[in-house]
Design a protein around this ligand. Structure first.
Ligand SMILES: NC(=O)c1ccc[n+]([C@@H]2O[C@H](COP(=O)([O-])OP(=O)(O)OC[C@H]3O[C@@H](n4cnc5c(N)ncnc54)[C@H](OP(=O)(O)O)[C@@H]3O)[C@@H](O)[C@H]2O)c1
Length: 266
């Protein structure tokens, strides 16, 4: 029997498999995958993974990673697939609570995780539900699995809509900010390639400094803001435009949508 079954081998399922193999958390021969498209199946074969059909896959390993589109999960679990004995289910699906996943699969051992797209480059921040009804060994496995694609932050599942809004949708928000910086640079006459480099560099530079843990966002902002200087002038404009309040509204909207999707999924 394989150690990990992965249902759904799209962007996230494949990124987690790749990260786990590269980090030495899993061996390719211990992973079995269900993938819908031939292109994804070919990818899995090329990496040395085993392929299985759904619903057989569900019973193939003591750990089942659900990386399916949320909207196909209900259809794929009717009729209910048989899980391996004492199997633990780990889900990265948005919109499906542990309890609803468990109801559909007939188990209480469900762990929820919410990574982000940067899992594909080993730089995700993954929310991991700390209140899951799974054994400590299964939780430890989930920790290792997601640590292979970035950082892991344990939190109660009740925080997941917020984690989705800030950690996963937040990538989109950050990209909008980069696009706006780029556009402003081009507006001022800079060529597109240079504008992209400068805008991405500002954001990745800030992130790299913050990642050292030696400086907080507030401290770093103060460090680059001399009185009456250029940053101060720009920040004042952002404050006048109520950037913080706007971000609050964006997070609230994303949280509300996450909670709505949760209600319609079940
Ligand atoms: N991507 C992210 O940044 C991210 C972040 C946090 C959570 N998530 C969650 O992770 C899960 C997977 O996301 P993803 O980005 O990996 O999605 P994805 O690339 O679309 O892949 C999802 C899997 O579902 C299959 N699939 C797609 N549409 C289908 C359909 N209509 N019927 C049957 N199968 C279908 C895909 O098959 P093929 O590719 O083979 O066609 C693939 O195996 C989702 O529940 C999402 O909410 C994603």
């Amino acid at each position: 029997m394989e150690s990990l079954a992965i249902a759904g081998f799209g962007k996230l399922g494949s990124a987690i498999a790749r990260g786990a193999i590269d980090a030495g958390v899993m061996r390719a021969q211990d992973i079995v995958v269900w993938a819908r498209s031939e292109a994804r199946r070919a990818q899995a074969r090329a990496w040395g993974l085993t392929l299985a059909d759904w619903p057989d896959l569900a019973g193939r390993a003591p750990r089942l990673l659900l990386a399916l589109k949320p909207q196909v999960f209900a259809g794929m679990t009717d009729p209910r697939p048989a899980l391996a004995q004492d199997a633990v289910v780990i889900s990265v699906m948005g919109g499906w609570s542990a309890i609803d996943i468990g109801r559909r699969l007939g188990t209480r051992r469900v762990i929820r995780a919410m990574p982000n797209v940067a899992a594909s480059v080993g730089a995700s921040v993954t929310a991991l539900a700390s209140d899951a009804q799974a054994a400590p060994e299964a939780m430890a496995f989930a920790q290792r699995l997601f640590a292979a694609v970035g950082k892991v932050v344990a939190m109660p599942e009740s925080d997941f809509d917020t984690a989705t809004a800030v950690g996963a949708s937040g990538v989109g928000f950050a990209c909008l900010f980069v696009e706006a910086l780029e556009q402003a640079a081009q507006q001022a006459g800079m060529d597109a390639a240079a504008a992209r480099e400068m805008a991405v560099g500002a954001i990745s530079g800030a992130a790299s400094c913050l990642r050292t843990g030696q400086v907080s966002p507030d401290e770093l902002r103060r460090q680059v803001t001399s009185p009456a200087g250029t940053t101060a002038a720009g920040l004042q404009t952002l404050e006048d435009g109520q950037l913080a309040q706007l971000v609050q509204k964006a997070v609230d909207a994303a949280r509300a949508r996450a909670s709505e999707l949760g209600r319609t999924s079940a």
